[in-house]
Design a protein around this ligand. Structure first.
Ligand code: UT7
Length: 322
């Protein structure tokens, strides 16, 4: 028998307030045309008072549990990926746990910025396959608007807030056909200064603001993403033509196009939400996944590949059959 982590349900949550490029251009020296042309972004959601990483994460988790038909009390593992936790500690995962009324389970945060959800999925999958967990909530949730420098037009137009979540359950079968087939993670800490936050508890004692050398990140992103996608396909002995859907990190429509082209994947197979959500860091992959599951594109039996790259640098991919 093969024990695998299978996808039981997805959910997502967005702040109440949406902000268009035109609205942003009223307070930042930018234009709708520049943002659309260079990034594909038209809109983003910005958290308001009372909306935090844990409240958005809890909402997404509730939606995923409902879609999965799983009672919160069955959850024995919560991993929340974020770079914008409610507090430096405790982990935002424990706030979600408390909000869901779960009194005892494993709960922790993962910090791998935009790749955080892929890191969290990979850890949850390892724990499920080893028998350390049976039912996992894996969440990506961010309030990046709170670490943006709103005077820096080269970064503040690119990001948005939101959350996505999935429920993974253990399943044993003869074929092991369904579930997570392969995951691969990478990090290369030499690139810290290309994408980072200029503060932290142990350095400045402040939260800090996001800084990015966009062009260099762009260049690394296309190369690293194409290569990690090939790695997970090789691990599962699968050809790229078997992929039904690509659910990529939503940083820039041009990165999505360039990565798909490198792998010879048809653009119609790529789930794109960067136009409406902008870059929501660790939330972007599960948010896009939930959109495509709920609108009926991603169905049972489909082969889905997810990928992300972010600060660190960190990057990773996950191949699963729904
Ligand atoms: O999630 C983690 C991963 N992050 C990414 O993958 C982001 C990767 N990078 C990118 O997506 C792109 O590099 C950006 C969207 C950040 C920038 O696009 P670009 O085509 O690389 O533009 P650029 O940085 O070369 O800037 C071109 C011009 C500059 O003006 P000059 O020097 O040519 O006169 C900028 O000052 O565009 C100017 N510019 C803007 N103009 C209007 C930069 N930001 C803006 C803006 N509005 N918001």
């Amino acid at each position: 028998m093969i024990r695998r982590s299978v996808l039981l349900g997805t959910g997502s949550a967005l702040p109440a307030k949406s902000v268009s490029n035109a609205e942003l251009a009223e307070r930042v020296d930018t234009s709708d045309a520049w943002i659309r042309e260079r990034t594909g972004i038209a809109n983003r959601y910005i958290a308001g008072e009372g909306e935090t990483t844990s409240t958005l994460g809890t909402q997404a988790a509730r939606a995923a549990l409902e879609a999965a038909g799983v009672d919160a009390q069955a959850v024995d593992l919560i991993i929340l990926a974020t770079a914008t936790p409610d507090q430096t500690f405790p982990a935002s995962a424990t706030k979600v746990q408390a909000a869901l009324g779960i009194n005892d389970c494993v709960a922790f945060d993962v910090a791998a910025v935009c790749s955080g959800f892929l890191y969290a999925v990979s850890v949850a999958d390892s724990m499920i396959r080893s028998g350390a967990a049976n039912t996992a909530l894996v969440i990506g949730s961010e309030t990046f608007s709170r670490i943006l420098d709103w005077e820096d037009r080269t970064t503040c137009v690119l990001f948005g807030d939101g959350a996505g979540a999935i429920v993974l359950g253990a399943e044993e079968s003869e074929s092991g056909e369904r579930g997570i087939l392969a995951t691969k993670l990478h990090a290369d800490g030499r690139h810290n200064q290309l994408l980072y936050v200029d503060g932290g508890p142990s350095t400045t004692g402040t939260v800090g603001k996001l800084r990015m050398k966009g062009q260099e990140v762009f260049r690394h992103a296309v190369t690293n993403l194409a290569s990690v996608l090939r790695e997970v396909l090789d691990m599962a002995s699968m050809n790229a033509d078997r992929i039904d859907w690509v659910v990529p990190h939503q940083a820039n429509a041009r990165i999505l196009d360039a990565t798909a082209r490198k792998l010879g994947l048809a653009p119609e197979k790529v789930i794109v939400t960067v136009d409406r959500h902008a870059n929501t860091s660790a939330a972007s992959v599960p948010l896009a996944l939930d959109v495509a599951v709920r609108d009926g594109r991603i169905k049972a039996g489909d082969v889905v590949i997810m990928e992300a790259m972010g600060g660190g640098f960190t990057w990773g991919a996950c191949l699963l059959r729904v």
